[in-house]
Design a protein around this ligand. Structure first.
Ligand SMILES: [Zn+2]
Ligand SMILES: [Zn+2]
Length: 289
């Protein structure tokens, strides 16, 4: 595992001025390409922060030639055509004499020629390899966030500096909680009897147990809000809320005894309900008796 380079992690949110593709510096060996990778992040890690790992196929420095691209004991020589500048002039005559400066075709703009290339990297000074980086996850990141790991991209040819690594985060969904911006949403399923009579219960939140009081006569859609128990603001202060959304469940698996009790209950309240033998199954049964 390799660490570091995550200090400017927040330039990740695109529009922050960083651009893909890197590019050639004014002088010296060209910078290596930027790379992209995807990393899975546990739901709790996205909320509270932590680490994950990202694996990427990249270019690393060739240990054999230590990035020079030359066989041991040999050196790159100055290119004869451009005399080391990496550039040659081309003169084109039209209405006026146009002088164009282009990259030297003999040395590909490198200014140097390698007579005896390294056996391992064939003169590139780098080789392909797979690397796994430990990635620091700031608290509050959401699914789809991209982090920029400065200098953890591929190294350039023959000692060129490294590009950046962009890590796209995939937050693994949670069974009990959903994200709604900075709020956490927890659906709480309660029975018809619990909704009608009320109850007290403990629910497991990401911050530990929390007491919930269901008042008598609670309806589906009631929302209980726990201030500051939601998702922290990335690079900011404060947290969102935890919202517990009540869903009253209609029982679908009544025993005959429970059904009789509910019928008596309906009778007491003067409510019209289907008679005991009106179920589809019993009607089919009676039709074929
Ligand atoms: Zn090499
Ligand atoms: Zn040249």
């Amino acid at each position: 595992m390799f660490g570091g380079g995550i200090n400017d992690i927040f330039e990740a949110f695109f529009g922050g001025g960083s651009s893909f593709g890197g590019g050639q510096r004014a002088s010296g060996p060209a910078r290596g390409p930027d790379l992209e990778s995807t990393a899975q992040v546990a739901f709790e890690t996205a909320v509270f922060g932590g680490t994950t790992s990202a694996t990427v196929t990249t270019y690393v420095v060739c240990e054999k030639c230590e990035a020079s691209g030359c066989q041991k004991g040999s050196h790159a020589s100055t290119c004869g055509e451009c005399r080391g500048s990496g550039q040659v002039r081309r003169t084109r005559q039209s209405f006026i004499n146009m002088v164009t400066v282009v990259a030297c075709p003999t040395c590909n703009g490198q200014g140097r020629r390698i007579e005896h290339p390294c056996e391992v990297c064939a003169g590139d000074g780098r080789r392909k390899d797979q690397r796994t980086f430990e990635v620091g996850i700031p608290a509050g990141v959401d699914d789809g966030t991209t982090l920029r790991l400065s200098g953890l991209g591929a190294v350039g040819l023959r000692g060129g500096p490294s590009g950046d690594l962009y890590v796209h985060l995939q937050v693994v969904p949670h069974d009990e909680f959903l994200r709604d911006g900075l709020d956490l949403v927890h659906p709480l399923h309660i029975s018809f009897a619990q909704a009608a009579l009320g109850m007290n219960l403990d629910i497991a939140t990401l911050d530990g147990e929390e007491k919930v009081e269901i008042g008598a006569g609670t309806q589906t859609g009631k929302v209980m809000r726990f201030r500051g128990k939601g998702v922290p603001r990335v690079q900011g202060r404060g947290r969102g809320d935890l919202r517990v959304h009540v869903i009253v469940e209609t029982p679908e698996d009544l025993t005959p005894e429970q059904a009789d009790l509910l019928r008596k209950f309906a009778e007491l309240r003067g409510e019209i309900v289907a008679p005991a033998d009106a179920g589809l199954l019993s009607r089919i049964k009676s039709a074929f008796r």
